[in-house]
Design a protein. Structure first.
Length: 298
């Protein structure tokens, strides 16, 4: 029997503690080029119908965390629209094929969400092709490590904010009027929101903003029956880390400093998003669920 997320096992060695070799990819990185490979749930996520009939839009769904969430949602019975950059078409096609093999619909929506009009267009196309929308996962993000503030260009600072937080505003603003009561919004923040690395000044501050935006919007939308929550991952092995996300000399040690002693695999995040998306979390809103290998959080 293949093991899945319900198999009783020691979390320390559910996956090996990896020591990724130094490697580099242009941004955005591709899962298909990543060494070692990641587990996004193709063989290891088992669905039990928790999202039957739901319609989800997920940004950054071609790779890493978003891809694992897309597979998890589809296996729980949802149709999924995948947002990603055009350069990531091959990763997106792979995830779409997994979803279709599960008998669910995969809608492919390439585009650059650091642009307001493109963000609005993304929502319109997702709603049209899914026939509605009741789950929104704002997960896309960029992360470029720079050691010194003098070396962060104004352009990088602005691009990071446009992609990581402005796009959440544009996409959510367009989606909310179209989402019925019972719908759920989930934003991907980070442990960086509380424990910023000195070389991620721009990135970490967008993640703190996402936490705050989540808690404010959750209160605003509560009476409309829409819940808003966040997931804060710790170190997960994804293409983000090798496309300038980490200083190169830190890659072999990636994820080893958390209490569980290893980096997370993307599929270990899927159940957190499934829980927050499904009606079983009906009394949970404005919450940030930390999935970080045991690092204490505020
Ligand atoms: P990833 O590279 O696989 O995913 C990021 C995705 O963002 C890309 O696949 C891309 O499709 C999308 N994206 C970036 N810029 C875009 C743009 N301008 N337009 C459209 N899409 C764009 O890496 P990941 O680690 O899975 O990242 C997913 C989310 O998780 C990000 O928000 C990241 O900040 C967050 N996160 C990751 C970690 C980690 O350790 N990997 C930890 C905490 C938070
Ligand atoms: Mg990608």
């Amino acid at each position: 029997m293949t093991s899945d997320q319900y198999t009783f096992q020691n979390p320390v060695d559910r996956y090996p503690s990896i020591s990724p070799p130094k490697q580099s990819q242009p941004e955005p990185g591709l899962d298909k080029e990543l060494e070692p490979k990641t587990d996004r749930g193709e063989e290891s996520y088992r669905g039990t119908g928790r999202l039957a009939g739901r319609r989800a839009l997920i940004t950054g769904a071609d790779s890493g965390i978003g891809a694992a969430v897309a597979i998890g949602f589809a296996r729980e019975g949802a149709d999924v629209a995948l947002s990603y950059l055009p350069a990531e078409e091959s990763d997106a096609q792979h995830i779409a094929s997994v979803i279709e093999k599960d008998g669910r619909k995969a809608v492919l929506l390439p585009g650059d969400i650091s642009d307001a009009a493109a963000s609005r267009d993304l929502v319109a196309k997702a709603v049209e092709q899914l026939g509605g929308l009741d789950i929104l996962v704002n997960n896309a993000g960029r992360q470029i490590a720079v050691e010194q503030i003098e070396d962060i260009s104004d352009e990088q600072f602005e691009d990071t904010f446009r992609t990581n937080i402005f796009a959440i505003f544009w996409i959510t603003k367009a989606a909310v009027p179209l989402m019925p009561p019972g719908s759920t919004i989930i934003n991907t923040t980070s442990v960086q929101a509380y424990n910023p690395s000195p070389f991620l000044l721009d990135y970490a501050s967008t993640k703190a903003a996402i936490n705050n935006f989540t808690k404010g919007l959750a209160q605003q939308l509560a009476s409309r029956g829409i819940r808003v929550n966040a997931v804060a991952p710790g170190p997960f092995w994804t293409p983000l880390q090798v496309s300038e996300g980490q200083p190169k000399d830190k890659l072999p040690e990636f994820g080893k400093n958390v209490p569980l002693g290893r980096a997370g695999q993307p599929t270990e995040l899927a159940p957190a998003y499934v829980y927050l998306a499904s009606p079983e979390s009906s009394y949970v809103s404005g919450e940030t669920l930390n999935v970080n290998g045991g690092t204490p959080t505020p």
